[in-house]
Design a protein. Structure first.
Length: 57
């Protein structure tokens, strides 16, 4: 289960991306979550996925 609050989701995802996953697609596949939904939710608080950093910035 992933957090529904966008700020908590940001923290959760960046931790997981930093420590466990090579990229956002791997995280989404492993956790069985929609990449599109995550991206839209974080875009709404002005955070965007940076594949070079493998983080939402």
């Amino acid at each position: 289960m992933i957090p529904s609050d966008p700020v908590m989701l940001l923290s959760f995802l960046n931790l997981k991306l930093r420590d466990y996953y090579k990229d956002l697609d791997a995280l989404c596949d492993d956790l069985d979550v929609s990449r599109q939904e995550i991206v839209e939710k974080l875009n709404a608080i002005d955070y965007h996925y940076d594949p070079e950093k493998n983080q939402f910035v």
